[in-house]
Design a protein around this ligand. Structure first.
Ligand code: 13P
Length: 262
């Protein structure tokens, strides 16, 4: 069976851009993509601004009917209550967020988030009608000790086991050693792990879900290397950090099909 998955190009801004910079960036991005010679109609574009920017991005996207999705970089496992500093999935949904990133390696590393908690965060996203973008990935030490696929597959398995039923999911494979390092995985490495993740979805959830789920690669993705990743059958897009903060770089990643001969 041939399944067509719409590629998703997602920009994780991390802790960059205040709401004014966010408005300027999204306006310029939409304008750059609109004026592009190359069609990107069958690519979904999403940005993940800091929480304080989301309302501004929503206002702009809705007013100008921009074909740009957006979402939060994290959410609470709870929907409401005495959880100082946390952000509810309800609030993200109320702002029209289509997606939310769950389990980025920076959250795992600096905030001690483990797979059981991430499973509950996935459930919180699902409960509120927001699609989780679940990040998995191995460190350089994991890579040496276990190879590339074992740790990300285990992370996916454990998070899904804690999550309950998930109608729609995006998975992002982000090797920790490739994030912000300038040293991306090779397309072959990305394919091997994305394939293993899809096989895990096949086993745990089923064929239809596995075939429909987009699996992204992230880690030093740039305009120069995106076409190579997108040629791999199990890589359905990218989660982009640094290069998503530069209009021309991110627009060029979105228009990966125009990279003739790359
Ligand atoms: O962490 C990332 C996206 O979530 C990747 O970051 P870089 O693209 O800067 O390596």
């Amino acid at each position: 069976m041939v399944t067509t998955r719409t590629p998703l190009m997602a920009g994780n801004w991390k802790m960059n851009f205040d709401h004014l910079q966010a408005i300027a960036f999204v306006q310029k991005l939409a304008w750059t993509l609109k004026d592009a010679k190359h069609d990107y109609a069958d690519v979904e574009v999403a940005v993940f601004p800091p929480f304080t920017d989301l309302r501004s991005v929503q206002t702009l996207v809705e007013a100008d009917k921009l074909p740009i999705a957006y979402g939060g970089q994290d959410l609470s496992e709870h929907d409401a209550g005495a959880y100082t500093g946390e952000i509810s999935g309800q609030f993200l949904a109320a702002l029209g967020s289509r997606y939310v990133i769950v389990g980025h390696s920076e959250r795992r590393q600096y905030h001690g988030e483990d797979d059981a908690l991430l499973g509950r965060k996935v459930a919180a996203a699902v409960r509120n009608g927001v699609v989780p973008v679940l990040c998995v990935g191995e460190t350089a030490e994991d890579l040496e000790a276990h190879g590339a696929a074992a740790v990300p597959v285990q992370q996916l398995r454990d998070a899904l086991a804690a999550a309950g039923e998930v109608p729609e999911l995006v998975v992002a494979y982000e090797p920790v050693w490739a994030i912000g390092s300038g040293q991306a995985a090779t397309p072959e490495q990305a394919q091997t792990v994305c394939r293993a993740l899809r096989d895990e979805l096949r086993t745990v959830v089923g064929d239809e879900f596995a075939d429909a789920t987009r699996i992204l690669y992230g880690g030093s993705v740039k305009a120069e290397n995106i076409a190579g990743f997108m040629r791999e059958p199990d890589v359905d897009g990218a989660l982009v950090g640094g290069a998503s903060l530069k209009i021309d770089d991110f627009a060029s990643i979105v228009r990966f099909r125009s990279h003739v001969g790359s």
